[in-house]
Design a protein around this ligand. Structure first.
Ligand code: AMP
Length: 303
């Protein structure tokens, strides 16, 4: 069941070099917009806005197009594609960045194609909040805007992030970022402070410990699916957010009950994402497998 309501996704498209459990996966497909787009495309059409260099292979653009991602907003600039290198700890619970080559991403100024400006559902992936605001300036008033961010922007673009908060419906961030942005150590207080800054809804991701959804006085807590094996945690957060907004676009229902379901779908796709290296397993998951895992969550949380 695919909707005709597209989801517009802006973010990074990258090559990632990943050191995981003694193995090195060199220059595999990555980036926040890549993961989010493939995840959202499980639910309906996606319009991606990003930049790559001349080295970006046809096989990668084909993979995205074949999934139903419209690449009219993917700029091909002179230079190399953004490259990120990271090493995971043995238990995969943490990672360190070894290298960030911004390359063509350094001069990225998102340009929203005319045909994308009426997108009703918009995900502002993790980029400079100044650029996230710039994207909002270029589009018609969307029905729903989700913004993601990271510690770097909380450090160096705090005021811009607070300004952005006033213009988004849903802010998605991890527990550490929520504490840092709000200045509150307790997550419930952090969420309340963030809600007071503007967004109607705040989701705090806690990695392998699941996610918390805050809306007004309502709180929803979902564990992560206990998985037998994790191959590569990269992109789980972007996948979570992409699937969540893709599901909302498909269902076109912004009720609290449906937002809870969207959190479950986000967690379902994130569980597939981490089972394979790069976007492998996220791409291969079938609608049947997605539904099966949704039901698995129902059993997991029923009592
Ligand atoms: P996640 O594991 O969800 O935090 O996302 C990982 C993805 O973020 C990787 O595929 C990287 O290419 C991308 N990434 C890493 N650093 C940055 C950055 N500074 N800006 C944008 N994307 C980044």
């Amino acid at each position: 069941m695919h909707s005709t309501r597209p989801t517009l996704i802006v973010g990074s498209v990258a090559f990632d070099t990943l050191h995981i459990g003694g193995k090195c996966h060199e220059k595999v497909l990555g980036g926040s917009a890549t993961y989010a787009s493939i995840a959202a495309a499980h639910f309906g059409p996606v319009q991606l806005v990003g930049v790559v260099g001349r080295d970006f292979p046809d096989s990668a653009t084909r993979l995205l197009r074949d999934r139903g991602v419209d690449l009219a907003g993917l700029e091909i600039a002179d230079g190399d594609t953004f490259h990120w290198e990271g090493r995971y700890s043995e238990d995969l619970s943490s990672r360190e960045t070894l290298r960030t080559d911004l390359n063509v991403f350094a001069n990225f100024k998102p340009k929203i194609p005319g045909a994308f400006r009426a997108a009703p559902f918009v995900m502002l992936g993790n980029i400079d909040p100044t650029l996230q605001i710039d994207v909002l300036e270029q589009i018609d008033r969307p029905r729903f805007v989700l913004a993601d961010t990271m510690n770097l922007w909380i450090d160096i673009r705090h005021a811009e992030l607070i300004a952005l908060c006033k213009r988004v419906d849903l802010l998605v961030l991890n527990d550490e970022e929520a504490r840092q942005l709000s200045g509150q150590g307790n997550l419930v207080r952090a969420a309340r402070a963030l809600l007071a800054a503007g967004p109607k809804t705040v989701i705090i991701k806690k990695g392998e410990h699941g996610a918390l959804l805050f809306q007004g006085d309502d709180v929803f807590s979902l564990p992560a699916l206990p998985l037998g094996g994790v191959a590569d945690p990269t992109g789980a957060g972007d996948t979570f957010a992409g699937a969540l907004i893709g599901y909302l676009a498909r269902s076109n229902d912004l009720s609290t009950t449906n937002l809870r379901k969207a959190v479950v779908y986000g967690s379902v796709l994130a569980s597939f994402c981490v089972e394979g290296v790069s976007t492998e397993r996220l791409t291969s998951a079938t609608p049947h497998e997605v539904n099966d895992r949704f039901e698995h969550f129902r059993r997991l949380t029923a009592f």
